[in-house]
Design a protein around this ligand. Structure first.
Ligand SMILES: C[S@@+](CC[C@H](N)C(=O)[O-])C[C@H]1O[C@@H](n2cnc3c(N)ncnc32)[C@H](O)[C@@H]1O
Length: 159
């Protein structure tokens, strides 16, 4: 399975970089992982709604240009659906059984994802009603994908 993570914005914090590198390394045993990091649009504090929408749409176009036509897209969205770790593992497994070999997870920037990206998504996944910073979201997602592979392989991992 090829797992792509398309995300907006650089990882600035060293501790997050270390965590992300660790899970990239661990996941290399289970899948072909590619992280596609897109440059975020500058978003100063005092933007109007229209300006924010324009930025989200601009970032959205960049995101869409990185998604392959045959990819199953899981957009990370606060108002998406919740899955347990076991259910995420089952989802990944079932997609493989259906012959889908390319999954793309999408993480938005500080303003979130555009409607165009959300429409392209085959599934909208929420990690809770809380808002997480996009940098931290990348680490949490990688850990959950790693957990999913451990579950699918019947391998022990922290409960
Ligand atoms: C800082 S958040 C954006 C917040 C923005 N106000 C919104 O409503 O999307 C950056 C990105 O992280 C992801 N994200 C943050 N919290 C999340 C959660 N609880 N569940 C799923 N994705 C989340 C989403 O992809 C979001 O676009």
């Amino acid at each position: 399975m090829r797992i792509n993570i398309v995300c907006v914005g650089k990882i600035k914090e060293k501790y997050l970089k270390l965590g992300i590198d660790e899970f990239k390394k661990r996941l290399s045993k289970y899948c072909k992982l590619e992280i596609i990091e897109l440059e975020d649009e500058k978003a100063p504090e005092n933007l109007s709604d229209k300006e924010m929408l324009m930025i989200k749409e601009k970032e959205g176009k960049k995101i869409l240009s990185k998604i392959k036509d045959n990819s199953y897209v899981i957009a990370l969205a606060i108002d998406g659906k919740n899955l347990s770790s076991e259910e995420l593992a089952e989802t990944i497994n079932k997609l493989g059984v259906r012959g889908i070999s390319n999954i793309t997870f999408v993480i938005g920037g500080s303003l979130g994802l555009s409607d165009e990206v959300l429409s392209r998504a085959d599934y909208k996944l929420s990690f809770s009603k809380m808002t997480f910073p996009h940098q931290l979201m990348r680490l949490i997602l990688l850990e959950q994908v790693y957990r999913a592979y451990r579950i699918n392989n019947g391998e022990p991992y922290h409960k």
